[in-house]
Design a protein around this ligand. Structure first.
Ligand SMILES: Cc1ncc(COP(=O)(O)O)c(C=O)c1O
Length: 449
């Protein structure tokens, strides 16, 4: 075997060993495995190392200190576990090492991206004429959608924000729900619209924005709605909000990092009613669809608004006459993220994606039922894959979660929900089985005793 092949073969063997053990090992690494990362803190080597030796260090030091998010019992944040087809695709795409800035730099990368974006619009039920970008995550996707909104509203007001900036521009208003995700506020900050300079709308007990509490809107306003609250999974009443916003010429942006994928499921699609009417959408491939990290998707009803905010040209960097990936995204050089999105969707198909959404949501329901039966309080209506649990006082809930994390059978975190401290479960991985839920319920019960 030539040395290059032997190296890749070694990587495959180590990855397979990692994958196998990730279903049985502790979910979070031990303190000593984390401490062992100090072995990395050596001076920058003077001489080269054999690639096989580099890989061996990576596996010996790195693998044990990873969190087993691919194993089926990680319920923290909203993290998927990479699908087999997406993992394999990411290896091949790394071997290609394509820069998908311009089509001429990677016809393949651009084509996979085009197709993947088209499929996402299709399966999410969004206007097929929308444009988009494949970016690093929903934070950047929010940034893209809001940049398009900023461009479009200010252009309508006779102001060229992309060239002249915000100094002296007609002021824009931004309306968000009290339960806005922090990443959206960060995106507003990056765009000069201000994290704090927002009008907050009251929400109901599930965190849904109250349409009846919206301020008077106008054509200089961006209204940000949410498909899937990060704690409860709840959906804002988008149809009513879009109707009111559009009557006044406002722009509606959707943060649908994970919840928007409910549209892929016949059982849950109704939750996304009305989101189709918005002007821009942000979602993630790396959350519910289980594309590997990282993969976010920005979509904009009128692609020209996104292009105007993102495009750049130079004598040596001239776009062709078809869609150029980097003309729609914040980056110039960019990896061929669309390939892994394509691979995940191609392997799932419409039915597989619906099944993934429905299976993980059923597991969430199993968690809620099992914990309620054991006498613990479920704080949210479990509408999709998110469950909030209280074990009593904030101290008791926090101590219980600490024991769960220490025990290692599963991993989940805590949150604060409308004045209550809660354990937060998010079932987002294709790899989670009924057995995982059973083992996890037993471990939670042990920790709570
Ligand atoms: C509703 C919502 N929006 C945005 C984000 C940020 O996503 P990302 O981490 O992919 O940037 C998250 C992450 O959990 C989220 O739940």
């Amino acid at each position: 075997m030539d040395t290059h092949l032997a190296l890749l073969d070694d990587a495959a063997r180590r990855a397979e060993q990692y994958r196998r053990t990730s279903t049985t090992r502790r979910v979070a690494p031990t303190t000593s495995e984390i401490d062992a990362l100090r072995a990395l803190e050596e001076p920058f080597p003077e001489s080269p190392s054999a690639p096989a030796d580099v890989l061996a260090i990576l596996d010996r030091v790195g693998s044990p200190a990873t969190v087993a998010t691919t194993g089926g019992r990680f319920y923290g944040f909203v993290n998927g576990g990479v699908l087999p087809a997406a993992l394999a695709a990411s290896w091949l795409v790394s071997a290609w090492d394509q820069n998908v800035a311009l089509r001429v730099m990677s016809p393949a990368g651009a084509a996979f991206e085009d197709v993947a974006l088209g499929w996402v619009l299709d399966v999410l039920g969004l206007p097929r004429t929308s444009g988009g970008a494949i970016v690093t995550g929903a934070t950047t996707a929010n940034f893209c959608g809001l940049a398009a909104a900023r461009h479009a509203l200010l252009e309508r007001a006779g102001w060229d924000v992309d060239n002249d900036g915000l100094f002296g521009a007609p002021p824009l208003r931004v309306v968000v729900g009290e339960e806005v995700h922090v990443s959206l506020l960060k995106a507003l900050g990056l765009l000069g619209l201000g994290r704090r300079r927002v009008e907050r709308v009251a929400v109901d007990g599930q965190g849904r924005m109250r349409a009846d509490a919206l301020p008077v809107l106008d054509d200089r306003t961006i209204v940000c709605v949410q498909a899937g609250n990060v704690n409860t999974g709840a959906f804002d009443p988008a149809a009513e909000i879009c109707r009111r916003a559009h009557e006044r010429g406002a722009w509606v942006h959707v943060d649908g990092a994970f919840g928007l994928w409910a549209a892929a499921s016949p059982r849950y699609r109704h939750l996304t009613d009305g989101f189709h009417d918005a002007d821009s959408w942000a979602t993630d491939g790396h959350k519910w669809p289980n594309v590997g990290y990282d993969c976010g998707i920005a979509l904009v009803r009128h692609p020209d608004a996104l292009r105007a905010a993102m495009a750049m040209t130079s004598a040596y960097f001239a776009p062709g006459d078809r869609r150029e990936p980097s003309q729609f995204s914040p980056e110039m050089s960019r990896r061929a993220r669309g390939v892994e999105l394509w691979a995940a969707l191609r392997s799932l198909g419409r039915r597989g994606l619906a099944d993934l959404i429905e299976r993980t949501s059923s597991h969430a329901q199993r968690f809620a039922d099992g914990l309620r039966e054991r006498g613990y309080e479920i704080l949210n209506d479990v509408v999709i894959n998110q469950v909030l649990v209280s074990f009593g006082t904030p101290e008791v809930t926090r101590a219980t979660v600490a024991r769960i994390q220490e025990d290692g059978v599963l991993w989940c975190g805590t949150t604060e929900w409308q004045g209550r401290t809660a354990m937060r479960l998010s079932v987002s991985s294709w790899a989670t089985t009924e057995d995982d839920v059973r083992l996890s319920l037993e471990a939670i019960e042990r920790a709570a005793r």
